[in-house]
Design a protein around this ligand. Structure first.
Ligand code: HEM
Length: 402
């Protein structure tokens, strides 16, 4: 009886907690009203014990840019710069060393040179789509495209690419949370196999260098990247390549197809694709939140955040903050406001942002050019988990081209 009472009390408490509600089907379907409730409590408020939450654009932007907040929760990781972590989970100076190393590969100039390769991948995928009838936009298009791009960028040989893509997809799917014991076993196995693929590949690139990121890594002096850095670094790029851009493509296409007038405008004027992708990053971003830990006591929004406290920055909510955006719940191709936090801000600002935007722009542009009469054909299915927002499937119908 005592247990039951505890469960009831605990259950009621959890049902009120915005972070818990984001995980429930309510939050996965539509998290935006929950962010609004968070904002109604104030720009910064307490969630469960020791956790702060914010959906305010101003507060989240401040936290992400403020060096008094870091990403490493555990003191021992901070001391050792643990090699198990990717640099997304590291603070300076370790973070600086590794980030500096990958930056040139993803600079806007370097990324612009991938344009031809991306267009080639996209054209190949569109050629494989049936000329008429129904297909799944996610499995048939949005998912394989960024996977093919990162596979090429990492210089995975053709012979290993199917295996790499299979394990990568399993590994990436765990970002949404583990679904079962079987899933946990598959994840463990995928992790082991990917580690083996990366170690073999590093070995291969030592003797047969190519024009790819892994060849540059193994040729670099140990002071820049050491052997312990290689696997976590490759894994970070893989996850980023497998699990994020697919949702930017899916969320953009969904937002347009749900608004036939917007779809028609973009079909008639492809220069609007860029605005559609930017507006999706504000309106329905693939990464919904991140977190920072205070490294010292900080005064923020009139409140005292103690050293060691964690703040959940609700990126998905910041794009709809009425303090900075007019009519925040409207998807509007004509907005000039582009100051969103979809790629975070400050030291950890997404390294792959120029690549992700280029991929999504080409993918949406070519899709609309090829199938201007595309329509949604039945309900889509949302991904599991609430950290990454996107579709697991979106049935669409192609009518014969005009
Ligand atoms: C970091 C979003 C695509 C590579 C981040 C962060 C966000 C983000 C929010 C920072 C998290 C934090 O501050 O805690 C996205 C979105 C993408 C995308 C929405 C697609 C639409 C990519 C791609 C790559 C990439 C394609 C590269 C292949 C990275 C890396 C970091 C990062 C390496 C770590 C940066 C650091 O810690 O300094 N991304 N990302 N991302 N992203 Fe992306």
């Amino acid at each position: 009886f005592a247990k039951e009472r505890l469960a009831l009390r605990y259950g009621a408490h959890l049902r009120r907690d915005p972070l818990c509600r984001l995980h429930l089907s309510e939050g996965r379907r539509d998290p935006y009203p929950i962010y609004e409730e968070v904002r109604a409590r104030g720009p910064l408020s307490r969630s469960t014990a020791k956790l702060w939450v914010s959906a305010s654009h101003d507060i989240c932007g401040q936290v992400l840019r403020d060096r008094r907040f870091g990403v490493q929760m555990r003191a021992e990781d901070q001391r050792s710069g643990s090699p198990q972590l990717s640099f997304l989970e590291m603070d300076p100076p370790e973070h600086t060393r590794l980030r500096r190393f990958v930056m040139p590969t993803f600079s806007p100039k370097a990324v612009a040179s991938f344009d031809g390769q991306i267009t080639e991948i996209v054209t190949g995928l569109l050629d494989a789509v049936p000329a008429e009838g129904r297909f799944d936009l996610v499995a048939g298009y949005a998912a394989p495209m960024p996977i093919a791009v990162i596979t090429r960028l990492l210089g995975i040989p053709d012979a290993n690419s199917a295996e790499f893509q299979r394990y990568g997809a399993t590994f990436g799917s765990a970002l949404g949370g583990l679904q079962s014991l079987k899933h946990a076993r598959e994840l463990f196995e995928a992790q082991r196999q990917l580690r083996r693929i990366f170690i073999d590949l590093c070995e291969l690139r030592r003797t047969e260098p190519g024009d790819d990121v892994i060849s540059r890594m193994v040729a670099a002096p140990d002071t820049q990247v050491g052997p312990d850095d290689l696997v976590p670094l490759c894994t970070l790029l893989l996850i980023a390549g497998f699990e994020t851009t697919v949702n930017l493509i899916g969320n953009t296409v969904l937002a347009l197809l749900e608004r036939p007038e917007a779809w028609r405008r973009v079909a008639e004027d492809p220069s609007l694709v860029d605005a559609a992708v930017e507006e999706t990053l504000r309106f329905d971003p693939p990464v919904q939140r991140t977190a920072r830990v205070a490294r010292e006591d900080v005064e923020l929004g009139g409140l005292r955040v103690a050293a060691g406290d964690v703040i959940i920055t609700m990126i998905g909510g910041t794009g709809r903050d009425p303090q900075v955006v007019d009519r925040p719940d409207e998807f509007d191709l004509d907005r000039s406001h582009r100051d969103h936090l979809a790629f975070s801000a400050g030291l950890h600002y997404c390294v792959g942002a120029p690549l992700a935007k280029l991929e999504a722009t080409i993918a949406v542009r070519e899709l609309i050019a090829r199938f201007p009469d595309l329509t949604i054909d039945g309900p889509g299915r949302r991904r599991a988990g609430s950290l990454i927002r996107g579709l697991a499937s979106l049935p669409v119908r192609i009518r014969r081209s005009r």
